[in-house]
Design a protein around this ligand. Structure first.
Ligand SMILES: Nc1ncnc2c1ncn2[C@@H]1O[C@H](COP(=O)(O)OP(=O)(O)OP(=O)(O)O)[C@@H](O)[C@H]1O
Ligand SMILES: CC(C)(CO)[C@@H](O)C(=O)NCCC(=O)O
Ligand SMILES: [K+]
Length: 244
Protein backbone atom coordinates (compact mmCIF):
# COMPACT_ATOMS: atom_id res chain seq x y z
CA UNK A 1 0.00 0.00 0.00
CA UNK A 2 1.08 3.56 -0.65
CA UNK A 3 0.72 6.30 1.89
CA UNK A 4 -0.25 9.73 0.50
CA UNK A 5 0.15 12.90 2.54
CA UNK A 6 -1.09 16.45 1.90
CA UNK A 7 0.79 18.56 4.45
CA UNK A 8 -0.60 22.10 4.68
CA UNK A 9 0.38 24.95 6.95
CA UNK A 10 -2.02 23.88 9.72
CA UNK A 11 -2.92 20.24 9.35
CA UNK A 12 -1.99 17.25 7.31
CA UNK A 13 -4.32 14.84 5.58
CA UNK A 14 -3.32 11.31 4.64
CA UNK A 15 -4.73 8.26 2.95
CA UNK A 16 -3.52 4.72 2.55
CA UNK A 17 -4.34 3.38 -0.89
CA UNK A 18 -3.41 0.97 -3.65
CA UNK A 19 -3.97 1.64 -7.37
CA UNK A 20 -7.76 1.52 -7.20
CA UNK A 21 -8.99 2.04 -3.68
CA UNK A 22 -8.48 3.91 -0.44
CA UNK A 23 -8.14 1.61 2.56
CA UNK A 24 -7.98 4.29 5.26
CA UNK A 25 -7.66 8.04 5.64
CA UNK A 26 -7.22 10.58 8.39
CA UNK A 27 -5.79 13.89 9.53
CA UNK A 28 -2.82 14.75 11.71
CA UNK A 29 -0.55 17.56 12.74
CA UNK A 30 3.12 18.23 12.08
CA UNK A 31 3.37 19.32 15.72
CA UNK A 32 2.44 15.89 17.09
CA UNK A 33 4.98 13.23 17.95
CA UNK A 34 3.03 10.81 15.78
CA UNK A 35 2.11 13.29 13.02
CA UNK A 36 -0.24 10.90 11.21
CA UNK A 37 -2.06 9.33 14.14
CA UNK A 38 -2.04 6.00 12.25
CA UNK A 39 -2.34 2.63 13.96
CA UNK A 40 0.65 0.25 13.94
CA UNK A 41 -1.32 -2.21 11.85
CA UNK A 42 -1.84 0.35 9.08
CA UNK A 43 1.74 1.62 9.29
CA UNK A 44 2.92 -1.95 8.69
CA UNK A 45 1.20 -1.96 5.30
CA UNK A 46 3.05 1.08 3.93
CA UNK A 47 5.59 0.31 1.20
CA UNK A 48 6.06 3.81 -0.18
CA UNK A 49 5.16 7.37 0.76
CA UNK A 50 4.23 10.27 -1.56
CA UNK A 51 3.92 13.78 -0.14
CA UNK A 52 2.51 17.09 -1.39
CA UNK A 53 3.44 19.91 0.92
CA UNK A 54 3.43 23.70 1.27
CA UNK A 55 5.08 23.66 4.71
CA UNK A 56 8.43 25.37 5.31
CA UNK A 57 11.64 23.61 4.35
CA UNK A 58 12.38 23.00 8.02
CA UNK A 59 8.98 21.36 8.64
CA UNK A 60 9.23 19.42 5.39
CA UNK A 61 12.58 17.90 6.41
CA UNK A 62 11.22 17.05 9.83
CA UNK A 63 8.15 15.38 8.29
CA UNK A 64 10.25 13.37 5.83
CA UNK A 65 12.48 12.13 8.65
CA UNK A 66 9.69 11.13 10.99
CA UNK A 67 7.61 9.43 8.29
CA UNK A 68 10.63 7.53 6.96
CA UNK A 69 11.42 6.29 10.46
CA UNK A 70 7.81 5.45 11.28
CA UNK A 71 7.02 3.59 8.05
CA UNK A 72 10.46 2.21 7.13
CA UNK A 73 9.60 3.12 3.56
CA UNK A 74 11.00 5.51 0.94
CA UNK A 75 9.48 8.99 0.88
CA UNK A 76 9.03 10.98 -2.34
CA UNK A 77 7.88 14.57 -2.63
CA UNK A 78 5.84 15.83 -5.58
CA UNK A 79 5.87 19.47 -6.70
CA UNK A 80 4.11 21.75 -9.17
CA UNK A 81 4.77 21.08 -12.82
CA UNK A 82 4.58 22.95 -16.12
CA UNK A 83 2.06 20.51 -17.57
CA UNK A 84 0.66 17.02 -17.22
CA UNK A 85 -1.76 15.00 -19.27
CA UNK A 86 -3.20 18.07 -20.99
CA UNK A 87 -3.32 20.32 -17.89
CA UNK A 88 -1.12 23.40 -18.39
CA UNK A 89 0.16 25.67 -15.64
CA UNK A 90 -0.15 29.46 -16.18
CA UNK A 91 2.86 30.21 -13.95
CA UNK A 92 6.07 31.04 -15.73
CA UNK A 93 8.04 29.84 -12.71
CA UNK A 94 6.06 26.79 -11.66
CA UNK A 95 8.48 26.05 -8.82
CA UNK A 96 6.86 28.98 -6.99
CA UNK A 97 3.35 27.53 -7.09
CA UNK A 98 2.20 25.67 -3.98
CA UNK A 99 2.15 21.93 -4.70
CA UNK A 100 -1.37 21.71 -3.19
CA UNK A 101 -2.74 23.98 -5.93
CA UNK A 102 -1.24 21.93 -8.75
CA UNK A 103 -2.30 18.60 -7.23
CA UNK A 104 -5.78 19.94 -6.53
CA UNK A 105 -6.13 21.15 -10.12
CA UNK A 106 -4.87 17.83 -11.43
CA UNK A 107 -7.34 15.92 -9.24
CA UNK A 108 -10.10 18.09 -10.68
CA UNK A 109 -8.83 17.77 -14.26
CA UNK A 110 -9.10 13.97 -14.14
CA UNK A 111 -12.85 14.14 -13.46
CA UNK A 112 -13.94 17.43 -15.05
CA UNK A 113 -12.92 18.31 -18.57
CA UNK A 114 -15.49 21.05 -19.07
CA UNK A 115 -13.61 23.86 -17.38
CA UNK A 116 -13.61 24.40 -13.63
CA UNK A 117 -12.65 26.56 -10.70
CA UNK A 118 -10.87 25.05 -7.70
CA UNK A 119 -11.41 26.82 -4.41
CA UNK A 120 -9.17 25.56 -1.59
CA UNK A 121 -10.24 27.11 1.71
CA UNK A 122 -7.38 26.12 4.02
CA UNK A 123 -4.97 28.14 6.16
CA UNK A 124 -4.86 30.39 3.10
CA UNK A 125 -7.61 30.45 0.47
CA UNK A 126 -6.67 29.79 -3.14
CA UNK A 127 -8.84 30.11 -6.22
CA UNK A 128 -7.67 28.66 -9.55
CA UNK A 129 -9.37 28.65 -12.94
CA UNK A 130 -8.84 26.01 -15.63
CA UNK A 131 -10.60 26.15 -19.00
CA UNK A 132 -11.91 23.20 -20.99
CA UNK A 133 -8.64 22.94 -22.94
CA UNK A 134 -6.77 22.28 -19.70
CA UNK A 135 -5.22 25.74 -19.67
CA UNK A 136 -4.80 27.15 -16.18
CA UNK A 137 -5.94 30.76 -16.52
CA UNK A 138 -4.40 31.88 -13.21
CA UNK A 139 -5.78 32.35 -9.75
CA UNK A 140 -5.87 34.19 -6.44
CA UNK A 141 -4.30 33.76 -3.00
CA UNK A 142 -6.17 35.21 -0.02
CA UNK A 143 -5.82 34.97 3.75
CA UNK A 144 -7.76 32.06 5.24
CA UNK A 145 -10.74 32.52 7.55
CA UNK A 146 -8.85 31.68 10.76
CA UNK A 147 -5.93 33.81 9.59
CA UNK A 148 -8.19 36.86 9.20
CA UNK A 149 -9.75 36.40 12.63
CA UNK A 150 -6.32 35.94 14.18
CA UNK A 151 -4.96 39.10 12.60
CA UNK A 152 -7.92 41.14 13.89
CA UNK A 153 -7.40 39.76 17.36
CA UNK A 154 -3.63 40.31 17.45
CA UNK A 155 -3.21 43.51 15.43
CA UNK A 156 -6.13 45.62 16.72
CA UNK A 157 -5.94 46.49 20.42
CA UNK A 158 -9.67 46.99 21.10
CA UNK A 159 -11.16 44.12 19.14
CA UNK A 160 -12.26 41.38 21.53
CA UNK A 161 -14.61 38.70 20.34
CA UNK A 162 -15.49 35.01 20.39
CA UNK A 163 -15.21 33.58 16.91
CA UNK A 164 -18.25 31.68 15.69
CA UNK A 165 -19.00 29.65 12.59
CA UNK A 166 -22.29 31.46 11.95
CA UNK A 167 -23.53 32.31 8.49
CA UNK A 168 -25.27 35.62 9.31
CA UNK A 169 -24.18 38.53 7.11
CA UNK A 170 -26.46 41.32 8.38
CA UNK A 171 -24.81 44.40 9.93
CA UNK A 172 -23.48 43.53 13.40
CA UNK A 173 -24.49 45.33 16.61
CA UNK A 174 -21.62 44.21 18.86
CA UNK A 175 -17.90 43.65 18.29
CA UNK A 176 -18.45 39.92 18.04
CA UNK A 177 -21.26 40.29 15.51
CA UNK A 178 -19.34 42.87 13.48
CA UNK A 179 -16.33 40.57 13.24
CA UNK A 180 -18.15 37.29 12.65
CA UNK A 181 -20.77 38.72 10.30
CA UNK A 182 -18.02 40.70 8.58
CA UNK A 183 -16.10 37.53 7.81
CA UNK A 184 -19.23 35.80 6.46
CA UNK A 185 -20.08 38.93 4.44
CA UNK A 186 -16.57 39.04 2.94
CA UNK A 187 -16.72 35.32 2.14
CA UNK A 188 -20.10 35.84 0.46
CA UNK A 189 -18.61 38.62 -1.66
CA UNK A 190 -15.77 36.32 -2.72
CA UNK A 191 -18.31 33.63 -3.60
CA UNK A 192 -20.21 36.10 -5.81
CA UNK A 193 -17.00 36.96 -7.63
CA UNK A 194 -16.07 33.33 -8.19
CA UNK A 195 -19.55 32.67 -9.59
CA UNK A 196 -19.29 35.71 -11.88
CA UNK A 197 -15.82 34.70 -13.10
CA UNK A 198 -16.91 31.11 -13.73
CA UNK A 199 -19.80 32.39 -15.85
CA UNK A 200 -17.59 34.84 -17.75
CA UNK A 201 -14.89 32.21 -18.40
CA UNK A 202 -17.42 29.46 -19.22
CA UNK A 203 -16.25 27.20 -16.41
CA UNK A 204 -18.96 24.69 -15.65
CA UNK A 205 -18.01 23.47 -12.17
CA UNK A 206 -16.69 24.92 -8.94
CA UNK A 207 -14.82 22.32 -6.88
CA UNK A 208 -14.31 23.13 -3.22
CA UNK A 209 -11.79 21.67 -0.80
CA UNK A 210 -10.00 22.58 2.46
CA UNK A 211 -11.05 22.85 6.08
CA UNK A 212 -13.48 25.73 5.47
CA UNK A 213 -15.16 24.24 2.35
CA UNK A 214 -18.44 23.48 4.12
CA UNK A 215 -18.61 26.97 5.57
CA UNK A 216 -18.37 28.47 2.06
CA UNK A 217 -20.97 26.05 0.71
CA UNK A 218 -23.18 27.06 3.66
CA UNK A 219 -22.73 30.69 2.60
CA UNK A 220 -24.13 29.92 -0.86
CA UNK A 221 -21.18 28.68 -2.90
CA UNK A 222 -22.72 26.39 -5.54
CA UNK A 223 -19.72 24.07 -5.44
CA UNK A 224 -19.02 20.36 -5.40
CA UNK A 225 -17.35 19.40 -2.13
CA UNK A 226 -14.16 17.41 -2.79
CA UNK A 227 -12.26 17.08 0.49
CA UNK A 228 -9.92 14.58 -1.20
CA UNK A 229 -9.00 16.73 -4.20
CA UNK A 230 -5.29 17.29 -3.45
CA UNK A 231 -4.76 13.67 -2.39
CA UNK A 232 -6.53 12.35 -5.47
CA UNK A 233 -4.34 14.44 -7.78
CA UNK A 234 -1.27 13.26 -5.87
CA UNK A 235 -2.35 9.61 -6.11
CA UNK A 236 -2.85 9.87 -9.86
CA UNK A 237 0.55 11.52 -10.41
CA UNK A 238 2.31 8.96 -8.22
CA UNK A 239 0.66 6.14 -10.18
CA UNK A 240 1.71 7.71 -13.49
CA UNK A 241 5.27 8.25 -12.29
CA UNK A 242 5.79 4.76 -10.89
CA UNK A 243 3.94 2.59 -13.44
CA UNK A 244 5.89 0.62 -16.04
N1 LIG B 1 -10.14 20.20 12.91
C1 LIG B 1 -9.70 21.34 12.39
N2 LIG B 1 -8.48 21.82 12.71
C2 LIG B 1 -8.01 22.96 12.19
N3 LIG B 1 -8.72 23.71 11.31
C3 LIG B 1 -9.93 23.29 10.93
C4 LIG B 1 -10.48 22.08 11.44
N4 LIG B 1 -11.70 21.91 10.87
C5 LIG B 1 -11.90 22.96 10.06
N5 LIG B 1 -10.86 23.81 10.10
C6 LIG B 1 -10.74 25.03 9.32
O1 LIG B 1 -9.87 24.70 8.29
C7 LIG B 1 -8.99 25.77 8.00
C8 LIG B 1 -7.66 25.15 7.69
O2 LIG B 1 -7.89 24.33 6.55
P1 LIG B 1 -7.03 23.09 6.16
O3 LIG B 1 -7.02 22.09 7.24
O4 LIG B 1 -7.50 22.68 4.83
O5 LIG B 1 -5.64 23.79 6.11
P2 LIG B 1 -4.26 23.36 5.58
O6 LIG B 1 -4.39 22.31 4.53
O7 LIG B 1 -3.37 23.10 6.71
O8 LIG B 1 -3.91 24.71 4.95
P3 LIG B 1 -3.08 25.15 3.73
O9 LIG B 1 -3.06 24.01 2.77
O10 LIG B 1 -3.83 26.34 3.26
O11 LIG B 1 -1.76 25.44 4.31
C9 LIG B 1 -9.01 26.72 9.18
O12 LIG B 1 -9.26 28.02 8.71
C10 LIG B 1 -10.18 26.24 10.04
O13 LIG B 1 -11.20 27.21 10.10
C1 LIG C 1 -1.09 29.64 -0.92
C2 LIG C 1 -0.84 28.36 -0.14
C3 LIG C 1 -0.31 28.69 1.26
C4 LIG C 1 -2.16 27.61 0.00
O1 LIG C 1 -1.98 26.44 0.71
C5 LIG C 1 0.17 27.44 -0.89
O2 LIG C 1 -0.36 27.05 -2.12
C6 LIG C 1 1.51 28.12 -1.08
O3 LIG C 1 2.30 28.18 -0.18
N1 LIG C 1 1.77 28.62 -2.32
C7 LIG C 1 3.02 29.26 -2.69
C8 LIG C 1 2.77 30.49 -3.50
C9 LIG C 1 2.04 30.25 -4.81
O4 LIG C 1 1.26 29.29 -4.96
O5 LIG C 1 2.24 31.07 -5.72
K1 LIG D 1 -4.60 22.69 1.48
Amino acid sequence: MNLFIDAGNTRLKWCLANQDEVLASGTGSLEDENPLGMSGELIGKVVSVAISTVASEERRTHLAGSVEKLCQAPVRFYWSEQSRNGLMNAYQDVSRMGADRWHGMYGAWLDHRQGFAVLDAGSAVTVDYVDRHGQHLGGYILPGLQMMLRSLRTDAARIWFDPDQGLATDPGKSTGECVNHGLAWLSAAMIERVIADARKLSLSEILVTGGDADRLIGLGLPGISRPDLVLSGLRAIHAEETSG
